[in-house]
Design a protein around this ligand. Sequence first.
Ligand SMILES: NC(=O)c1ccc[n+]([C@@H]2O[C@H](COP(=O)([O-])OP(=O)(O)OC[C@H]3O[C@@H](n4cnc5c(N)ncnc54)[C@H](O)[C@@H]3O)[C@@H](O)[C@H]2O)c1
Length: 295
Amino acid sequence: MSRVLVTGSAGRLGRSVVTALAAAGHEVIGVDTAPGTPQEAAATLPADLTDLGEAFEAVTRFRPQSVVHLAAIATPFSRSDAVTFRVNTQLAFNLCEASVSLGVGNLVVASSPTVIGYGAPGGWRPAYLPIDEEHPAQPWHAYSLSKLVAEQTMQAFARTATATRMAAIRPCFVIAPEEWAGAPTQSGHTVAERLERPEIAGASLFNYIDARDAAEMVIALLDHLPSLPRNGEVFFAGAADALATEPLADLLPKTVPGTEGLASSLTGTTPAFSSAKAERLLGWQAKRSWRTELS
Ligand SMILES: NC(=O)c1ccc[n+]([C@@H]2O[C@H](COP(=O)([O-])OP(=O)(O)OC[C@H]3O[C@@H](n4cnc5c(N)ncnc54)[C@H](O)[C@@H]3O)[C@@H](O)[C@H]2O)c1
């Protein structure tokens, strides 16, 4: 058992991470500005982690072996661009600074697949499909830019940290357990509506993941961080299939013109994002799919 501090512990992903870590025998400390951290947490601290002093105090007070940093403005365009960029980049810097300065052993930072740039109004086409971690990043809005900066902040710290092992996770479009039963997903629409009408699916047509699978990936990362060959790796975490009833080879060209040739390998249930790196280095694979979870 170890002590793990989870930021954003009351959020859509944070709740599943707290529950999974506690079930795996860890002592979990939840830190969030909002209430709602699951009761499995051994302690909670309301704190605004954009304040470096509060970030240092949280880590100093609980002395965790690991920090899982999820807190963020997590929905693109939900706040002004200036606020989204400032809050998310400040949060990443503060958690890296506090974790490294105070000798935390493991740090996981939440990034996002939006760094790739899909949906750009000026037209965007992938360099290749399925997209993996080597694909160029082309953020086009404040949220995706803030997440790329968060990743690069983590990697800058990783270059000099001696006691802290760290990585970033790019969770695909997160679906919380209650959303399978019909609650609205992050940016509106139920899962069933997204499946029925691919034209409104947006990000979830490219990628999705059950929040519990993402939580299991966080645990796999914490287990493997000390032995990964390189500090500061980035991992996609996505379901093994696409959130679609037709192959993406047929669907993607309808929403992203010009992808006919590129998408031709996405036959059957193949998703647009690959999590092969996580499978290779962490032994992690998503267990859940809309086919197993949708009520
Ligand atoms: N939901 C997704 O589809 C998705 C996809 C990719 C990446 N992510 C990333 O995963 C992480 C978790 O996302 P989520 O869906 O659980 O988001 P969420 O909005 O449900 O939860 C984020 C939590 O962070 C907290 N928070 C925000 N600012 C804070 C601050 N200054 N100090 C302390 N706590 C603060 C919020 O109160 C909230 O509980 C985020 O970093 C997000 O960018 C999410």
